[in-house]
Design a protein around this ligand. Structure first.
Ligand code: DQA
Length: 151
């Protein structure tokens, strides 16, 4: 049997400004680029028996659409909604309707940062969270997803 047919698909979705990873405030977010992170996630996913679909969108509506795609096609979602974490009812509602495992992920620990990052609209509708481990958090997130999927 073809692996593509049997391995669960996990969507990894990044929000605004994450395409600038590596250049963007590297003292907070690290020096790994988004393209490098995609390759790392594919490898980490493979090691766990997961197929990974990597996406990024700078726009709120685009992220909502991608959450719908994950709802229809994927076994689970790992979402770093970036700044929209703190503002978007639309993304929260899309995630709340998903009825599949969702892990919220942040490279930094937003709760240890500015006041405006203390509002988090996603935490109440996700299964689990990974915060503050930098790029390594994506490996932990994939491991957590494999666990939630019973692998
Ligand atoms: C972030 C944290 C958010 O507060 C911020 O707006 C981001 C990145 C993180 O991964 O640490 O863009 O989601």
């Amino acid at each position: 049997m073809n692996n593509d047919e049997v391995q669960p698909l996990v969507m990894i979705l990044g929000g605004p400004n994450l395409s600038r990873l590596g250049q963007r405030e590297p003292e907070i977010y690290g020096s790994t680029t988004w393209a490098e992170l995609e390759m790392l996630c594919e490898k980490w996913g493979q090691d766990l028996g997961l197929r990974v679909q990597f996406n990024q969108d700078d726009f709120e509506g685009g992220m909502v659409k991608k959450v719908h795609q994950a709802t229809d096609k994927a076994a689970g979602l790992i979402i770093n909604a970036a700044a929209y974490t703190h503002t978007s009812v639309a993304i929260r509602d899309a995630v709340a309707a998903m009825e599949k495992p969702v892990i919220e992920l942040h490279l930094s620990n937003p709760t240890a940062r500015e006041e405006f990052r203390q509002t988090n609209l996603l935490t109440g509708v996700v299964n689990a969270g990974v915060f503050g481990f930098g790029v390594k958090g994506y490996k932990l997130g994939l491991e957590g997803m494999a666990h939630l999927l019973g692998l």
